[in-house]
Design a protein around this ligand. Structure first.
Ligand SMILES: Cc1ncc(COP(=O)(O)O)c(C=O)c1O
Length: 451
């Protein structure tokens, strides 16, 4: 229906949203019952203000993506200056902001991860990584390597291919699945699928399971393993220290490329610039997004080591892909300024320090509330594992509505945090203070108490 409004008062804005907006992961009938969506109009640091003047603390920092926090006017100025100067580029040319950005990334990333393929979002970055991995093997004379191993319960994006990674619930609407998706166990020390009773034991069992899967399928059929160094989905799963050295070694021995998805973990989220650094891990391909621009503009990238990228050298041998918005000069300028702010303001260090404090406060909640089964994470990627039944440690049934009830209790206290039924994931802006953390923990304490 075509309709114009000259006054965008609150009621008409909400009505327009209910009628025309297809919001992410949201049921609009329920939203209608709640009186329409919260419409945010401004933000500063860790807080946003809505159209009714109420201020909220954004505990999950957008989608764990607003790393420098809201309202950095320097970024807005950078954007405007670049827009005034140059907004796009003719085919076959490139731009200065993009060159400066890829040079900067090449100097920051672990090992020889230094050839950067820019894209517009994390899903595209992972699609690109998979395409590069398959093409890499084909060009080297191993065309049978097409299978991709991911870990159960992981999330790597929403587009037609990568949505099948992790094999999560709710995919049946989109069948058929593409061939070659292989699922390995998640190295979750608090719920080790393979029965490991310590983080080390769970790590070794889960790493060994990857090798077993590769051998079962035949190494010559497996292109890559994709994994987050610390799994953000399901509440910040940190593997035991044995895991990554073992997995790196398995990939080396079997010729399987290791893709580290640092879309969430990168740019200080876990208390290091990249989470791979916690284990001196150098993957063959790394994907980055979210914190690359702190979500001020859409940008992500797939980065290859020299060994991988060099396979695509030479005329008639290129990686055949083009994306209109990949490497946009305005987003590149924003990414550069964003990285400058992360470094200048010590946000990686703040993530490590305040994250440690946050985790210690979450441990207090675990002592006090039976529903809290485990708390975990690194830096400001934190999670709470919940149980519906403290005696059996059983997980909550989705019908229990635990997540929804918690979300609503937290809203009552000015905290925006979407809770799951079994786990809560938190990824606030990296500029968060201890006082902000106290406010969140107090809110959680009250919410758990009332539940
Ligand atoms: C680990 C991980 N990888 C990839 C993606 C996909 O990124 P995007 O939503 O930018 O496509 C996400 C999104 O949340 C993610 O959490």
């Amino acid at each position: 229906m075509v309709r114009t409004r000259d006054t965008h008062d609150q009621a008409s804005l909400k009505a327009a949203a209910l009628e025309n907006l297809w919001m992410h992961s949201t049921d609009w009938t329920q939203m209608a019952e709640e009186g329409g969506p919260t419409i945010v109009v401004s933000g500063q640091g860790v807080r946003v203000t809505d159209s009714e003047g109420k201020t909220w603390l954004d505990v999950h920092g957008g989608y764990a993506s607003v790393n420098v926090g809201y309202g950095q006017s320097e970024i807005a100025e950078t954007m405007l200056a670049q827009m005034r100067n140059l907004t796009y580029f003719p085919q076959g040319t490139t731009t200065e902001p993009l060159i400066r950005l890829v040079e900067k990334l090449g100097s920051m990333l672990p090992g020889d991860l230094e050839r950067v393929w820019p894209v517009s979002g994390g899903s595209e970055a992972n699609e690109t990584a998979i395409k590069i991995a398959r093409a890499f093997h084909k060009k080297r004379g191993e065309p049978g390597r097409y299978k991709i191993i991911s870990r159960k319960g992981s999330y790597h994006g929403a587009t037609a291919g990568v949505m099948w990674l992790g094999g999560g619930a709710g995919l049946s609407d989109y069948e058929p699945a593409p061939p070659g998706m292989v699922y390995a166990p998640q190295p979750n020390p608090s719920r080790c699928e393979l029965g490991g009773t310590t983080p080390s034991e769970c790590a070794s069992l889960c790493a060994q399971a990857i090798e077993d899967l590769i051998l079962f399928h035949g190494p010559k059929t497996v292109a890559a393993l994709i994994a987050e160094p610390i799994t953000s989905a399901g509440g910040a799963i940190v593997p035991g220290d044995e895991y990554w050295p073992m997995v790196r070694d398995i990939c080396d021995r079997t010729g399987v490329l290791l893709i580290a998805d640092e879309v969430v973990c990168g740019f200080g989220r876990t208390g290091k610039m990249f989470a791979s650094e916690h284990w001196d891990l150098v993957p063959d391909l790394m994907t980055i997004g979210k914190g690359l621009t702190s979500s001020y503009l859409p940008m992500a990238a797939t980065v290859a080591t020299t060994r991988v990228a060099d396979v695509f050298a030479g005329q008639d041998n290129i990686f055949r892909q083009a994306l209109t918005f990949g490497g946009h000069p305005v987003t590149a300028a924003v990414a550069l300024k964003n990285i400058e702010i992360i470094e200048r303001d010590g946000l990686v260090e703040n993530s490590a320090k305040v994250g440690e404090y946050f985790l210690s406060r979450l441990h207090e909640l675990k002592e006090r509330h039976e529903v809290v089964r485990d708390v975990r994470g690194k830096g400001l990627l934190l999670g709470i594992d919940m149980t519906a039944d403290a005696k059996t440690n059983g997980q909550a049934d989705q019908r229990s509505g635990l997540g929804k009830r918690l979300t609503s209790k937290l809203r009552d206290q000015g905290l925006l945090l979407k809770c799951g039924d079994n786990a809560i994931s938190m990824g606030p802006p990296l500029c968060i203070t201890r006082e902000d953390v106290d406010e969140i923990v107090k809110g959680l304490d009250i919410a758990f108490g009332e539940i």
